[in-house]
Design a protein around this ligand. Structure first.
Ligand code: ZN
Length: 169
């Protein structure tokens, strides 16, 4: 288990479409464990493999709505379904450090996939957890939450981010 380096906006790996995982071997298990550790250290609420530089279809997320108490679970090849409703809420991302914006998401969704033993998993989520699931699955498609903003807002935010990140260098 290791704490992995978080890739930030501008890194091309965040824009790639993630590969489906055909075989859950030691490498994937190690990656998932390290992602959970990395998420804990950086106080993230969800992390997708591309955020640590691995373009594979793997996320780690809280297992329940009371995410502060819930244990984190790894989900292999996650798929969203039953997206319903629409709700605005604040969102941030470890790959876009120091920023948060209001993003429109579905209020309800179901996440299915496999656990690290290859068993089918299904988690039904509302509100905040549903938001986390949609955010993480977006990462696997190379989508960041800033892409979900209106074009004008997006342009404004991206400029601000570029400026800030340059200042921090
Ligand atoms: Zn994110």
């Amino acid at each position: 288990m290791a704490v992995l380096r978080i890739r930030t906006i501008g890194d091309p790996v965040l824009r790639e479409e993630s590969r489906k995982i055909e075989n859950i071997g030691d490498e994937i298990i190690r990656l998932a464990e390290s992602m959970i550790e990395t998420m804990r250290v950086y106080r993230g609420i969800g992390l997708a493999a591309p955020q640590v530089g691995e373009s594979v279809s793997l996320v780690v997320v809280p297992s329940r709505e009371d995410w502060e108490e819930a244990e984190s679970v790894a989900i292999v090849n996650p798929v969203l379904s039953r997206l319903k409703g629409s709700i605005m809420g604040e969102e941030g991302c470890l790959s876009v450090p120091g920023f948060s914006e209001n993003v429109k998401r579905s209020e309800h969704c179901v996440l299915t996939g496999q656990d690290l033993d290859g068993n089918e998993m299904r988690i039904e989520a509302q509100d905040f957890l549903a938001r986390v699931f949609q955010h993480e699955v977006d990462h696997l498609k190379g989508v960041l939450y800033v892409d979900r903003l209106s074009p004008l807002k997006r342009q404004f935010v991206l400029k601000r981010i570029q400026r800030e990140l340059k200042d921090r260098e």
